[in-house]
Design a protein around this ligand. Structure first.
Ligand code: HEM
Length: 403
């Protein structure tokens, strides 16, 4: 068995500087050199990164060997101490996780997005598009789940606080002094908790959240709402990137526009699946091994952390032809794509917001394409880089010309 390679790293901080400051997806670049499996040095810890679709499926579908997310790391580290924790942080072997998952899945099955009103689109300057999408999603989620229409100013505050928490989480990954981070994070969390608590108090008794998750305590429901609001950024990124990809691929945009005129819904769905293949914003799905295993020739020991690197799965040369091209038609060509497409994870912990998220992106894309021609402003090309989720850097610079 050949030794498993290590990703490029420095003494003491390992690959953290690369991850934090790379101008592209560092893990994707690494997998193109090292292949489907390699170790990533995280300074104090190490993680085995896997990118072959079969290994990814094995890890996510095998609850006996990979039952949980790896203890007090990653998402759990910011959400439990500050937000009190939510569904995504529980160990899947815990009966409490099963109870919450079933309550919230019921709730999300009913949550269809409203028609998105992106009417001020032509007036947005660079950098304002994603916050505009985030505002619409928060407004829609709160209206749907809590049966309450919240004020625009409150939504803007919530988005600012969520961004601050996600940014703090990411920037403190690199070891070093992080003055006042603890205090600032606690303040942001307290402010968020108090807004969500106010929303819950005003939420009518027949609102979905009270009907479906009534068996949870107020504090538990508040924690859940908060940790699910953290997913808003995860959804806004591919929604924005969808418009960027359509601008960069005018022929796809034109096909989509004419297919909509004939109400051909399949093409719109393929566009959104292809967007999520290119931009799986949750690019890193983590598990810890409860038993010894082997993945693509690398030996995994009990206790090792294993991470699925979704962008590698989504561009794997064994499964995808021309993986870097934006080609929605591929989904209509009889390909066994479900084996290598997992933006929402797979298995027991599949994202409960999957259907809602695909519907939101479809709704935004359909509405914008029906009303505007999307073009790229000349200048800087944006790329997806690793952050709390995958994020475009620099922010896409788009032009919207009314039709
Ligand atoms: C495009 C948008 C989204 C993407 C790419 C995404 C991705 C994911 C992925 C990959 C997982 C599985 C994590 C794992 O197995 O460890 C997950 C879980 C989860 N997602 Fe999403 N998500 C999105 C939107 C949302 C939205 C809008 C919500 C709710 C408002 C949401 C709520 C959740 C929850 C609660 C879990 C945890 C489920 C569990 O552990 O049982 N997600 N998501």
């Amino acid at each position: 068995m050949r030794p498993t390679p290590w990703a490029p790293r420095f003494p003491a901080v390992g690959s953290l500087l690369h991850l934090r400051f790379s101008r592209s997806d560092f893990l994707l670049k690494t997998s193109r050199v090292l292949g489907d499996v390699y170790w990533l040095d995280l300074g104090a810890d190490r993680v085995l990164v896997v990118g072959h679709p079969d290994d990814a499926a094995r890890v996510l579908e095998n609850q006996d060997v990979y039952p949980d997310k790896g203890g007090n790391t990653g998402f759990r580290r910011i959400s439990v101490p500050f937000l009190g924790g939510g569904l995504s942080t529980w160990n899947a072997t815990d009966p409490e996780w099963r109870r919450r998952r079933s309550a919230f899945s019921r709730l999300f099955r009913t949550a269809k997005p409203a028609e998105f009103g992106l009417d001020g689109l032509t007036r947005l300057t660079d950098g304002q598009l994603r916050p505009a999408i985030e505002r619409t999603i928060v407004f829609d989620l709160v209206t749907k789940l809590l049966g309450k229409q919240c004020k625009g100013a409150e939504i803007a505050v919530v988005i600012g606080l969520l961004r601050q928490l996600a940014g703090t989480f990411w920037s403190t990954k690199v070891p070093g002094p992080h003055p006042f981070v603890g205090t600032k994070t606690k303040r942001a969390t307290a402010a968020l908790e108090s807004i969500v608590q106010g929303w819950l108090e005003d939420s009518p008794d027949d609102s979905p959240i009270k009907r479906y998750v009534g068996e949870l305590s107020d504090a538990q429901v508040r924690d859940e709402v908060l940790s699910q609001l953290l997913s808003v950024g995860t959804l806004a990124v591919p929604a924005e990137w969808a418009l960027q990809l359509l601008a960069a691929n005018p022929h796809v945009q034109a096909t989509l526009r004419s297919s909509r005129a004939g109400s051909h819904d399949d093409y719109l769905t393929w566009v959104v699946w292809e967007v999520l293949r290119h931009c799986p914003s949750t690019y890193w799905i983590q598990r810890r091994a409860a038993r010894d295993d082997e993945l693509s020739g690398a030996s995994v020991r009990t206790g090792d952390r294993v991470t699925i690197h979704v962008p590698r799965v989504h561009t794997h040369p064994d499964f995808w032809r021309d993986p870097d091209r934006f080609r929605p038609e591929r989904f209509g060509e009889g390909l066994d794509w479900k084996r290598a497409w997992m933006p929402f994870g797979r298995g027991a912990r599949l994202c409960i917001g999957q259907k809602y998220s695909v519907d939101v992106i479809k709704s935004i894309v359909a509405r914008v394409v029906a009303n505007y021609v999307i073009g790229e402003k000349p200048g800087r090309a944006a790329a997806l880089v690793t952050g709390f989720s995958l994020v475009p850097r620099p922010t896409p610079s788009l032009d919207f010309t009314p039709i």
